[in-house]
Design a protein around this ligand. Structure first.
Ligand code: SF4
Length: 552
C-alpha cells in the first residue's frame, strides 16, 4: 500500500482562486493583529497560482478595498477602470442599443482585470504574509477523522502513475495534508465537494446547481479600434445567437495594450442536444456588429470555464465538521449582475474570521464554524445574492413567462411572482435528438485560425498540457450507456458540449465507440454537469497540468 506523508496545518485552503486567496490573506492579517501563530497552507491544481483563472473579468472592488485598502499602491494589476456600460440586443443582422441598463449591471468605476494576473498578485501577497502556497498540487480525496464524518484535510494526487495506475520510475506519492479546518474554494463544480455531497449531503435539500459554460479569448486589436472613441469599455450583449429561450450572452471588455477580453456564455439548461457552446461563441464573434469591433484582431489566448449561476437557494451548507465552503464552489455569484469575484473574496474573508475564532476555542465541529454562515447571512454579499435568488431559475423559463418572472423580480428585490422558484438540474433538460431542430454552424471557411479559431487551435492557445501516460482523469462509469443509450437518443452531446474536443464517437465499425482525448481537457467541467446520464465524473489529473492562462 502506498505511504502518504502527512503534513499538519491549522488551516488548509483548497483552490487558489480569489476566494481562497482572499481568505488566506485575511487569515494572516488576523493572526498578525492577534499575535497568534497560525500555520496555514493553500494548494492549487494549476502549475502556478492564476494559471487556471481565465482572462478578463469585471471586478467590483468592494471586498478588495476592505481586504487591501491601498491595493492600487500595492500594484494591483488593473487593466482599465470601467468608464461606462454599453448594453446591446443582437438580432441576426442588426444590433439595438438598450438604453436601460439593469441596476445590477452598472459597472462604472469598477475595474477590468485579468483574473489570472489578479490571482498571481494576491498569491504573492498571501505568500509574503506567511501562507505556505503549493501550486501544482491537486486535491484528490477528502480525508476524514476517526468518526468518519469530520473533515481532517485533503490527500493530494499521486504523480508518476501510468495509464493502468502502476507507479513508474518517477513516482511520487500524494501527501496527506491534515488540517484542523479545511476551506474548500475549488471553483464551480468542485470535484471534492461533489464527493463530500455523496458522503455527507452538503447540498441536500438545496435547489439543483445551475451552470453556464463560457468560452473566453484575449484578442489583440489594431491600435485604432472600437475603444479609441467608444463611450463605454464594458460591453454586454443579449439575443443572438442563442435567441430568447436559451439563456446566455456575450461580453467584451477593454484591456491594456489594445487587447480585449471577449466571451460568450451558454446556460447549460439548454434543451437541444445539438447545441455546442463553442459554436455559439463563434457565431457571436461573427455577428456583423461584433465582427466590426474585433476586425483585424488576432486571438492570443483562449479558454473555457463553467460559472455557477444557481444562486442563493442552490448554495450548500456553508460549514460542516472541520470544513467550510467558499466562492464559486459554494455557488456564490451575483447572477443578474454577471459578477462573482467580489462575493467569492468576501466569503473567503468571512471564513477566515470564523476560522480564527474556532482556533481560539480549539473546537472545529460544524457548530464552532457556524460563525461563517452567520456572518455571511449578515453581509452585503448575501444581500446581493438574495436579490438574485430566483434569477437563473426565471431565466430558464420560455417565452412570455420569462419576461413576467424577470420583470416582476426586478421590481420586488428578487421575489417576483414566485419565490423559491424551482428549476431542473442541467443534466435533465435535454430533448431527444430526433425532435430537436438542426442548428446552423458557422461556415468552416471562416475559420482562419487567426481571429476565428477551431477547437483544437483553442486548446493550443490555452496552453493546455497533460502527461499522456497517466490514468484518465475523466471517469466514464459505463461505456455501454454512451453507445447504447446516449448515442441513439441524444447523438452523444459530449462531442459538442466539450470545448476541448475531448470526446469523439467513432462510427466506422458496426458498433459506435467512444474515444477520449483527456490531454485536451480545459478543466471546464461541462461534461460532469451536462451529461444526461450522469455517466461522466471529472476528477483532478496530476497536479500542475491543464491550461496555463497567463497572456496578460
Ligand atoms: Fe470541459 Fe469535460 Fe471537455 Fe474537459 S472533458 S474540456 S472538463 S467538457
Amino acid at each position: 500500500m502506498t505511504e502518504h506523508e502527512q503534513i499538519e496545518f491549522d488551516v488548509l485552503f483548497v483552490g487558489g482562486g480569489p476566494a481562497g486567496l482572499a481568505g488566506a490573506i485575511r487569515l494572516m492579517q488576523l493572526a498578525k493583529e492577534e499575535k497568534r501563530e497560525i500555520e496555514a497552507a493553500l494548494i492549487e491544481k494549476g502549475a502556478e497560482i492564476g494559471s487556471h483563472a481565465l482572462s478578463g473579468a469585471v471586478l467590483n472592488p468592494v471586498a478588495l478595498k476592505e481586504l487591501i485598502p491601498d491595493y492600487r499602491e500595492k500594484g494591483c494589476p488593473i487593466e482599465a477602470d470601467v468608464r461606462d456600460d454599453e448594453f446591446y440586443y443582437l438580432a441576426p443582422d442588426r444590433h439595438y442599443p438598450i438604453p436601460f441598463v439593469p441596476r445590477y449591471m452598472h459597472n462604472r468605476g469598477f475595474h477590468i482585470i485579468s483574473l489570472s494576473a489578479f490571482c498571481r498578485w494576491l498569491g504573492e501577497i498571501a505568500e509574503e504574509m506567511g501562507i505556505n502556497i503549493f501550486p501544482g498540487f491537486a486535491g484528490k480525496k477528502v480525508l476524514y477523522g476517526p468518526d468518519g464524518k469530520t473533515v481532517a484535510g485533503v490527500r493530494t494526487g499521486d504523480k508518476g502513475l501510468d495509464k493502468e495506475g502502476n507507479a513508474k520510475g518517477n513516482f511520487e506519492a500524494g501527501y496527506d495534508l491534515i488540517a484542523k479546518i479545511t476551506v474548500f474554494g475549488e471553483g464551480a463544480r468542485g470535484s471534492l465537494m461533489k464527493e463530500m455531497d455523496r458522503e455527507t449531503g452538503i447540498f441536500s435539500g438545496k435547489m439543483p446547481q445551475l451552470f453556464e459554460t463560457g468560452i473566453k479569448e484575449v484578442i489583440a486589436l489594431p491600435q485604432k479600434n472600437y475603444f479609441t472613441a467608444s463611450r463605454g469599455n464594458d460591453l454586454h450583449f443579449m439575443g443572438y445567437p442563442l435567441g430568447f429561450d436559451t439563456p446566455g450572452g456575450g461580453f467584451i471588455y477593454e484591456m491594456q495594450k489594445n487587447r480585449i477580453a471577449i466571451g460568450y456564455l451558454t446556460a447549460l439548461c439548454y434543451e437541444n442536444p445539438r447545441t455546442d457552446p463553442y459554436e455559439e461563441f463563434l457565431k457571436f464573434k461573427q455577428h456583423p456588429f461584433v465582427a466590426d469591433i474585433i476586425k483585424d484582431g488576432k486571438v492570443l489566448e483562449q479558454g473555457a470555464r463553467t460559472v455557477s449561476t444557481g444562486g442563493y437557494f442552490s448554495m450548500p451548507k456553508l460549514a460542516a465538521d472541520g470544513a467550510m465552503f467558499i466562492g464559486g464552489a459554494a455557488a456564490m455569484h451575483n447572477t443578474p449582475g454577471l459578477k462573482g469575484i467580489h462575493i467569492s473574496m468576501k466569503s473567503g474573508m468571512l471564513a477566515a474570521e470564523a476560522a480564527v475564532d474556532a482556533l481560539k476555542r480549539g473546537k472545529f465541529e460544524r457548530e464552532s464554524l457556524a460563525a461563517y454562515p452567520e456572518k455571511f447571512e449578515k453581509s452585503r454579499a448575501k444581500t446581493e445574492m438574495y436579490e438574485g435568488r430566483n434569477f437563473a431559475q426565471g431565466l430558464s423559463k420560455k417565452g412570455i413567462l420569462k419576461l413576467l418572472y424577470l420583470g416582476s423580480q426586478y421590481f420586488t428585490q428578487g421575489r417576483g411572482v414566485r419565490d423559491f422558484m424551482p428549476a431542473e438540474a442541467d443534466s435533465s433538460t435535454l430533448r431527444p435528438l430526433k425532435t430537436s431542430p438542426v442548428l446552423y454552424s458557422v461556415d468552416p471557411k471562416s475559420i482562419d485560425n487567426v481571429l476565428h479559431v477551431d477547437k483544437l487551435t483553442g486548446v493550443y492557445l490555452s496552453k493546455t498540457m497533460h502527461r499522456e501516460d497517466q490514468p484518465s482523469h475523466l471517469i466514464i462509469h459505463d461505456k455501454d450507456v454512451c453507445v447504447q443509450k446516449c448515442y441513439p437518443l441524444y447523438g452523444s452531446p459530449c462531442t459538442r458540449f466539450c470545448p476541448g474536443n475531448v470526446y469523439e464517437i467513432e462510427t466506422e465499425e458496426a458498433q459506435p465507440r467512444l474515444k477520449l482525448n483527456p490531454s485536451n481537457c480545459l478543466h471546464c467541467k461541462t461534461c460532469d454537469i451536462k451529461d444526461p446520464f450522469a455517466n461522466i465524473t471529472w476528477t483532478c489529473p496530476e497536479g500542475g497540468e491543464g491550461p496555463e492562462y497567463r497572456t496578460v
